[in-house]
Design a protein around this ligand. Structure first.
Ligand SMILES: [Zn+2]
Length: 181
């Protein structure tokens, strides 16, 4: 059982609180797929991979993530970007690392002055934040099915903001997937 909108584990398959709020805000639900729960093991993995910068760990979930992405059968795969600041300090985008070998298009970037990692903000603040992304260049996504990819789904804030930009480019539908939720 899980939330229909985001795959959150729960005892029914109604929309969870966060998804209900996105819907109330007029967002088209992402029908998010999460491969794993964000449990202690996943927290440790993320700590080691993302924050301690052990880039070799990117390959661990590559196969299972690739299979799932293939099944979802989107026209264009779009990873969530990291900020320039993160690229300098971390040295890599943890999301593109996870999907190495899969053809994707980096259509988005983090707007100048934004930090893409949101760990320092609490949940409520994250849901109220303004658009953190911009398009790298204007593209037409007319009629396209887009799949957004992120490492961890927390409130949906990141993905819903990214989806807004893709819908503005004419995307027919935007779905999302993350390693964990
Ligand atoms: Zn949900």
């Amino acid at each position: 059982m899980g939330c229909l909108g985001c795959g959150r584990q729960q005892t029914n398959n109604q929309l969870c609180h966060d998804c209900y709020r996105w819907q109330q805000k007029g967002k088209k639900l992402l029908n998010h797929t999460a491969l794993y729960q964000y449990n202690d093991a996943m927290r440790q993995f993320m700590q080691q991979y993302k924050f301690n910068g052990d880039y070799d760990l990117r390959v661990i979930f590559n196969c299972v993530l690739s299979q799932k992405i293939n099944i979802l059968n989107a026209d264009i795969i779009v990873p969530i970007p990291v900020s320039d600041h993160t690229m300098v300090t971390r040295g890599f985008n943890q999301t593109t690392g996870l999907i190495e070998g899969i053809q994707y298009e980096q259509l988005l970037k983090v707007s100048a002055g934004q930090k893409s990692h949101q760990s320092q903000f609490n949940r409520k603040i994250r849901m109220m934040r303004k658009q953190p992304f911009m398009l790298i260049e204007q593209v037409s996504l007319e009629g396209k099915e887009i799949l957004l990819v992120d490492d961890v789904y927390t409130t949906g804030n990141t993905l819903y903001h990214a989806a807004d930009l893709l819908y503005e480019c004419g995307a027919k539908n935007v779905k999302s997937i993350s390693l964990s939720r």
